[in-house]
Design a protein around this ligand. Structure first.
Ligand SMILES: Nc1ncnc2c1ncn2[C@@H]1O[C@H](COP(=O)(O)OP(=O)(O)OP(=O)(O)O)[C@@H](O)[C@H]1O
Length: 252
């Protein structure tokens, strides 16, 4: 890790990031930090560049300009092998989840373990799978297929599959979308549990104000490709800014 990163407790440091497609500039000179151990919620209207932002962080998309340091590494300058190593430390929970439909839940969790935690014995793998599933409240689903689980359970299983390889950073892309309010609250609680138990630092993209309320240590709102406002949930809820008010009114 770079000295500056260690000193400031930053796990992600983004400076003047720009990213566009054809004629459309999506991110414009955006700067942003993620501190060690914090849950940072990213809000913003549909199309404001939230997903593009996290895809640039793991270099699923290449930045046009600016720098992105993750755990002290400049992601834009990494060779593919180093990038793969860095990605092993980042858990990415996509909107759709990432379970293989033809595998049982156990096989789904075993798959990344075999690939990344090569030194574990079969017994250690089985213990780890059991432990992580219990931690996400799915202790009884080892031999079930993803199709046999509810939407909320599939989200939990996807999360288990992500955290089983001990990521240091979690990137959640709309973790509660499509779930009913009770199930959504359960996922928000789980995000906090993961933060505490696995000491992760997280970026949580969401449209769900309840999820933001439950999980955020800090919130940023994106608009026109840049950070429009940054603050605590109280700062946002008490804001007199029209855009912020309308966003919160619309969503509550
Ligand atoms: N690979 C791509 N090629 C071209 N345009 C893209 C690509 N990915 C994203 N975009 C465009 O970038 C803009 C921002 O997209 P992004 O998915 O980041 O929005 P978002 O804020 O995550 O929206 P939502 O809340 O609806 O998920 C959109 O106009 C989208 O069409």
């Amino acid at each position: 890790m770079q000295e500056s990163t260690k000193k400031n407790n930053l796990v992600i440091e983004i400076c003047n990031l720009s990213k566009g497609f054809d004629n459309q500039l999506v991110l414009k000179n955006l700067s942003l930090n993620l501190m060690d151990g914090e849950n940072l919620v990213v809000l913003g209207k549909s199309g404001s560049g939230k997903s593009v932002l996290i895809k640039c962080i793991v270099r699923l998309l290449n930045a046009d300009q600016g720098s992105i340091h993750v755990l002290g590494k400049n992601v834009n300058e990494l060779r593919s092998k180093e990038l793969a190593k860095l990605r092993e430390k980042i858990g990415f929970l996509f909107q759709s989840g990432a379970l293989y439909d033809s595998m049982t839940i156990k096989q789904n969790l075993e798959f990344p373990l075999i690939r990344i935690k090569k030194k574990l014995t079969k017994k250690e793998r089985d213990e780890k799978i059991e432990e992580v599933l219990v931690n996400v409240g799915l202790g009884e689903t080892l031999d079930q297929m993803p199709s046999e689980l509810s939407g909320g359970m599939r989200k939990r299983a996807s999360l288990a599959r992500t955290i089983i390889v001990d990521p240091m950073i979690m990137l959640y892309d709309e973790p509660t979308t499509g779930l009913d309010p009770v199930t959504s609250n359960g996922i928000s609680t789980l995000i906090n549990d993961v933060q505490k138990k696995y000491k992760t630092s997280s970026i949580i993209i969401t449209h769900d104000i309840e999820c933001a309320r439950a999980t955020a240590d800090r919130i940023i709102m994106l608009k026109d490709g840049d950070v429009y406002m940054e603050g605590s949930i109280d700062d946002f809820e008490n804001s007199t800014d029209e855009l912020i008010q309308s966003f919160f009114k619309e969503k509550t």
